[in-house]
Design a protein around this ligand. Structure first.
Ligand SMILES: [Ca+2]
Ligand SMILES: [Ca+2]
Ligand SMILES: [Ca+2]
Length: 226
């Protein structure tokens, strides 16, 4: 057996072990906000400042695009809104809207971080997340489209916790709908986004499997030298 073949088999065996455990090594990655400019809370006119701050979301980026750096899932939850329009959040064809979910009657409901309703999408590494906000208001900024980079500086605020340990796993997306008398409050619809890796392997198991793969390669290398 040639060295390259042996190495291939050893690596295949290691991968098979990972797959058998239903696992894959989780890189230090999740949400990435690329570009844009960041400001501290409170955001002028945002009635959810205290809710957001209490949850640790002390900063907001405008003009940036939300990306993921590994395969996984995003759970979206509708959190609240203050707007005179009927606003809608769409991601990969799934929709959160006050009109069809029945929870945005006053457009001024209490902030609910757990979420009034939600759905999940699958994402792949390095995807710019395919979501948009639209509005039925004639003077509204629509669409605010993350994937196609439309109206992001004036229409999308991405709230995050700068003190979050490890990779960024949670953000709140804030729509700012107005073009006339623009208030820049970024609370015309709030949607929480949670990232879940496609699979996670407990570190000790990952180290053990990686180590056993290395031992296999070393054994082959020794055999080849003798
Ligand atoms: Ca704005
Ligand atoms: Ca607004
Ligand atoms: Ca508002």
């Amino acid at each position: 057996m040639k060295m390259s073949q042996a190495r291939g088999l050893t690596l295949a065996a290691t991968c098979a072990g990972l797959i058998a455990m239903g696992t894959c090594i989780s890189a230090q990655a999740a949400f990435v906000v690329q570009g844009g400019s960041t400001q501290n809370l409170p955001i002028a006119g945002n009635v959810f400042n205290s809710d957001l701050t209490a949850l640790g979301f002390s900063q907001m980026t405008t003009g940036g695009q939300l990306r993921v750096s590994q395969d996984g899932y995003i759970d979206f939850y509708y959190n609240g809104a203050t707007s005179v329009f009927n606003n809608t959040f769409t991601a990969q064809g799934d929709v959160l809207s006050g009109n069809n979910k029945g929870f945005l009657t006053e457009h001024d409901e209490a902030f609910n971080f757990s979420g009034y309703a939600g759905f999940t999408i699958a994402v792949s590494a390095n995807d710019i997340v395919n979501f948009s906000f639209t509005s039925d208001g004639a003077t509204a900024l629509t669409p605010v489209d993350n994937l196609n980079n439309k109206n992001l500086p004036s229409g999308l605020g991405i709230y995050f916790d700068p003190g979050a340990s490890g990779p960024l796993k949670q953000v709140v997306l804030g729509y700012d709908d107005q073009t006339v008398n623009d208030d820049n409050d970024f609370n015309d619809m709030l949607v929480r986004a949670d990232f879940r890796p496609a699979s996670v392997v407990p570190l000790p198991a990952a180290v053990w499997l990686f180590g056993s793969g290395l031992i296999g390669l070393l054994a082959i290398f020794r055999r080849r030298q003798t």
